[in-house]
Design a protein around this ligand. Structure first.
Ligand code: SIN
Length: 189
């Protein structure tokens, strides 16, 4: 899969049939909301875990030295908590550009706290995209993140902002919390 997924995403789901759509955000889309939305609600999806396994050469790293950002990895029985945004289809031009480094829009069931379910979209970066980095130990991931920086800022701030935003919403994500702790440990050395 090419490193720039904008054209793939445009051809993927025709958004023409929708006036408004739900988008599930689980990474920077939780704390950096640079798009207008009609409403937003805490939400979750089933069958996926949040992992910082996707490479970032355009936001939190460079092409020579990619950083690490969140993607979703399928795990039976897992639940991933995030935010669902109700957006108009025009927003996807900006969103596709923002998420172009390996993410494809996938259709997914999004669940709200009151039990309501909607069919929406999520940006997902799968292992077959060229920017995918995959897993490593928490210490290795944290060291990589600590050393990385890109046009959107230091990679460690991606983790700190995400951890803070999840905490503020009462979400316990062991992976993100472990990375935050490991980064703070590196910082204190
Ligand atoms: C998301 O936040 O939903 C996608 C990954 C990211 O932009 O960090």
């Amino acid at each position: 899969m090419p490193i720039d997924t904008q054209a793939l995403n445009r051809g993927r789901h025709s958004l023409d049939n929708y006036d408004e759509l739900w988008l599930f955000g689980y990474g920077s889309l939780i704390y950096k909301v640079d798009f207008p939305y009609l409403s937003k609600e805490p939400a979750h999806i089933h069958g996926y875990q949040r992992r910082l396994w996707q490479g970032s050469s355009d936001h939190r790293g460079t092409p020579d030295s990619p950083g690490r950002v969140a993607t979703l990895t399928p795990v039976n029985g897992a639940v991933c908590y995030g935010i669902a945004y109700h957006v108009t289809q025009e927003e996807f031009e900006h969103l596709d550009h923002r998420e172009k480094n390996g993410y494809l829009r996938e259709e997914i069931d999004i669940f709200f706290q009151n039990g309501r379910k909607v069919r929406g979209l999520v940006y997902m970066a799968t292992p077959d995209n060229e920017a995918f980095l995959g897993g490593a130990t928490i210490e290795e991931l944290a060291q990589h993140i600590f050393n990385s920086s890109g046009p959107s800022g230091d990679n460690k701030d991606y983790v700190y902002e995400l951890a803070k935003a999840l905490r503020a919403r009462g979400v316990v994500d062991e992976h993100v919390l472990a990375l935050e702790q490991a980064l703070l440990k590196i910082e204190s050395r």
